[in-house]
Design a protein around this ligand. Structure first.
Ligand code: ADP
Ligand code: ADP
Length: 237
């Protein structure tokens, strides 16, 4: 079952000169699959991810998600769609409000999308904390009381809260110590198997992408220059 079909996606930025950040990218993603997008800094990975979330508008191309072309959706329709596509960010600290308890942080997407009542949401937060390997006793703590790896687990719990159909992970471990990276990757991998999650996994580091992806798209200067199953992939510089 294909849930995402991206066709000839382009993003040109017009400043003093035109920057072809994404220049004709196409790929599909099936339910339960992980597609890794890898490539050096500046090749257009984040811009691709941001267009899928409609954080920025595409210059050209289509993004068909669960049968709807996201490019055509109104702001309101898109807001509903965001429930089904959640993001995990590189820097969990920047995306977690330092003045809110982690309970509130994880609960927030459920409030936005009107899921459950207060008691159900708090129960779900505790369940999610356990799912990502944190104690549910931590619910009333603040982000600064956690390590980098733990904060990324909180970010993952928040992304899972609304049971998204697609998770876009943009460099989810690159801000973490190397020793912690593998733990977080293993968690993402375990969650994928447990809940049949579908990931678009963006990273500059092939070894990280390869760890978790069924297929890997290699980007260079805004284009996909290679798209291969993990096992068919040769080492890239
Ligand atoms: P990556 O995620 O692979 O590092 P990006 O998608 O962030 O790459 O960037 C791709 C290219 O687009 C880069 O040349 C970058 O400088 C440029 N770019 C990204 N965002 C903007 C923007 N808002 N305005 C102008 N250029 C941008
Ligand atoms: P069951 O439905 O028998 O409880 P599941 O494996 O579907 O078993 O789910 C186990 C727990 O994980 C459930 O309590 C559920 O709340 C949670 N869960 C299920 N699917 C997801 C998901 N996509 N994201 C986050 N949590 C989930």
């Amino acid at each position: 079952e294909t849930i995402l079909e991206v066709t000839n996606l382009k993003k040109y930025f017009n400043h003093k000169h035109v920057v072809k950040a994404v220049d004709g990218v196409s790929f599909t993603l099936k339910k339960g699959e992980t597609l890794g997008i890898v490539g050096e800094s500046g090749c257009g990975k984040s811009t691709t991810g941001r267009m899928l979330m409609r954080l920025i508008d595409a210059t050209e191309g289509s993004i068909v998600f669960q049968g709807k072309n996201l490019v055509d959706l109104s702001i309101k329709q898109m807001r509903a769609m965001r429930k089904d596509v959640q993001m995990i960010f590189q820097d969990p600290y920047a995306s977690l409000n330092p003045r809110h308890t982690i309970e509130r942080i994880i609960e927030e997407p459920m409030i936005v999308h009107k899921m459950g009542n207060k008691i159900e949401r708090k129960e779900r937060v505790r369940e999610l904390l356990e799912i990502v390997g944190l104690s549910s006793d931590y619910a009333k703590r603040y982000p600064h009381q956690f390590s980098g790896g733990q904060r990324q687990r909180i970010g993952i719990a928040r992304a899972l809260a609304v049971r998204p159909k697609l998770i876009i992970a943009d460099e989810p471990v690159s801000a973490l110590d190397v020793s912690v990276q593998a733990q977080v990757l293993n968690l993402l991998d375990d969650l994928q198997k447990k809940f049949e999650l579908t990931y678009l996994f963006i990273a500059h580091d092939l070894s990280v992408v390869r760890h978790i992806s069924n297929r890997v798209a290699v980007m260079y200067l805004g284009r996909i220059v290679e798209l291969a199953n993990r096992d068919d992939l040769y080492d890239h510089p």
